[in-house]
Design a protein around this ligand. Structure first.
Ligand code: MG
Length: 350
């Protein structure tokens, strides 16, 4: 069986940039002179020199400001530069490792506020920290930016010591959050995301969908006749089966921001920022679990199977996460009633 849907995305290994001796763009048709190749080469070089693990995107239309900010920050993080809002968005959407964006408010074409709005409307960047850089020492402007979700402000003229400290504070908090989510977000038995992570991710995708109007996919998955499996083979065997099934489900959520989670007991969940092909994907998953060939004494087909209920939908401001879960759960229940080892999906028209 081919997991064709995963091949649409290129998985970027966060560990792969540290030891590579040439820019990532080389060898795949990217010209060494292109801005993308240049910033990758520069970033990789700086990272290798300093062993830095966090990345800051500096966005300013003024080259002198960019240079100054980059020079200030180079000691404490990897720095990428963008000279416009459009370029900043392009880099932020493509580069999976931007931890923080230092964003000039006043830029021709697209203001910093517009850039922040666009960042918040895309699941890839909805959580990326933004610090505004502004010459307007104006409390109302500052409040507006913070209400929009900026984490902090720095004012021009740039005072290097202040910028360094504000950046260091934010980068430290971001690193701690990453650490915490790794510690708190995993299910101990299966190693995939737990219900807490799933609920957070669902909330995030719901908010992004309200802003962007874009559809996403949500599926609830349940192992069929699992109680009988445990009764026949004992709980240790049941745990092993759950681990194997979790590993299969995780293969269907390898692209950025796709999430496979253990929802509880023998129930799992999938979250897909792009709902395209949801039914086909779930049916591939169903067959992949059958293909594990885990012997089951009481299923009609002799092996462990799953049922799933999936929805492809977009969220309105009054759509709650519970509504979405209830809809997927109702479909799962229908799939169970209809005989198990099957999937049911509902695709809203958009
Ligand atoms: Mg400017």
């Amino acid at each position: 069986m081919t997991l064709h849907h995963t091949q649409m995305f290129r998985r970027v290994n966060p560990m792969s940039t540290g030891d590579t001796s040439k820019p990532q763009g080389a060898g795949n048709g990217t010209s060494a002179e292109s801005p993308a190749a240049r910033w990758r080469a520069r970033a990789n070089y700086a990272e290798r020199l300093a062993g830095l693990s966090q990345t800051v995107l500096v966005v300013d239309d003024d080259p002198d400001n960019r240079l100054l900010l980059s020079e200030i920050l180079r000691q404490q993080c990897r720095v990428i530069e963008a000279s416009s809002g459009a370029e900043a968005l392009e880099i932020a959407f493509r580069e999976p490792r931007v931890d923080l964006i230092l964003l000039d408010v006043m830029m021709p074409g697209m203001t910093g506020y517009e850039v922040l709005e666009r960042l918040r409307s895309d699941v890839r960047t909805a959580d990326t920290a933004v610090i505004f850089v502004t010459g307007q020492d104006d409390e109302n402007e500052e409040e507006k930016g913070l209400l929009m979700g900026a984490v902090d402000y720095v004012f021009k003229p740039i005072r290097p010591a202040i910028v360094r400290v504000r950046l260091a504070n934010q980068l430290k908090m971001i690193a701690q959050r990453h650490q915490m989510s790794l510690l708190l977000g995993r299910d101990a038995l299966t190693g995939i995301a737990n219900r807490r992570s799933f609920d957070e991710a669902l909330e995030r995708i719901r908010e992004v969908s309200i802003r962007s109007g874009r559809a996403f996919g949500l599926a609830l998955i349940d192992v069929d006749f699992f109680k009988q499996y445990n009764d026949s083979f004992g709980h240790p065997a049941g745990d092993l089966a759950l681990r194997e099934i979790a590993a299969v489900i995780a293969q269907f959520a390898t692209a950025p921001h796709q999430l496979a989670a253990r929802y509880g007991g023998e129930e799992f969940a999938l979250l897909l920022p792009d709902a395209t092909g949801l039914a086909a994907l779930l049916d591939s998953l169903r067959r992949a679990v059958l293909d594990l060939g885990l012997k089951h004494p009481t299923t009609p087909w002799g092996v462990v199977s799953i049922s799933a209920g999936g929805i492809a939908t977009h969220a309105e401001p009054d759509t709650h996460a519970d509504d979405l879960l209830r809809r997927a759960d109702a479909l799962l229940y229908e799939a169970k009633r209809a005989g198990r080892n099957r999937i049911l999906t509902r695709l809203d028209s958009f």
